[in-house]
Design a protein around this ligand. Sequence first.
Ligand code: ZN
Length: 310
Amino acid sequence: MKKYCFGIDVGGTTVKCGLFTADGDVIDKWEIVTRTEENGKNILPDVAQTILAKLEEKKIQKDEVVGVGIGIPGPVNENGEVPCAVNLHWGYTNVAGDLSALTGFSVKAGNDANVAALGELWKGGGAGYRDMIMVTLGTGVGGGIIINEKIIAGSHGAGGEIGHAHVEDNMTEPCNCGSCGCLEQFTSATGIARLAREELANTDEPSALRGQEITAKAVFDAVKEGDAVAERVAVRFGEYLGKALSVFSIVVDPQIIVIGGGVSKAGPILFDYIMGPFQRYAFAACKETKFALATLGNDAGIFGAAKMVL
Ligand code: ZN
């Protein structure tokens, strides 16, 4: 009998859904709206409803379904419970228990960043490896640590929250987490733009970055054109990230570090700036750690969610 599973990735505006075979082939993927009104009470019933409707549509029997994996934007404990998820307007929610009761399937829940990391390990930039650190450079900096193909969520659900590692004492502006000098403040898309504004303010040198909206993309586009100011921004970005990754690598000793998120669209040029500092500071045994770009984009979450139940 053919076996199937569902991978669900709940975001603040849409829920991404995937129907997979047990081998990891995508049969269908679709989205529904995340209804966050009334403390998000409709979100799990909506997910259950779309899953059951898909089974009907594809003529799949319930006993052919291995289970449902679901990623949630918030901390998730081992039992699939969420103390709160701000973007979903949730207080305490037993995600695994409730969705299991609504569908009749076995359900595993995880934090969305960790689940996306598992997806990249299974079918993306980390495919073929077991031990990986995933770094997501977006508006913020997220992460996920996978050891022996399992997510390390930690005892407070904070495992892999590498964006809030303290990397700079001389920073007075607060991070979103309330601390100062977090990795996220220098290596996220907004952090890179901040570094660029600082560099521009410190010099009269001509630069393609002047007179345009400064984004991480604009910075790396200018680096590719040989812009000296942008180049210095990239060097500072690489120092912060490469050095931090050398520290994380001695804690976790991964086979591979995968870089994803919007900033990773700059491409392999990122490694030109990260690898030097990483190599300089990494412990000898960790210098061979491989680096790769994420490949699944926004689909990483549904892949990782599916993998959780297989
Ligand atoms: Zn922080």
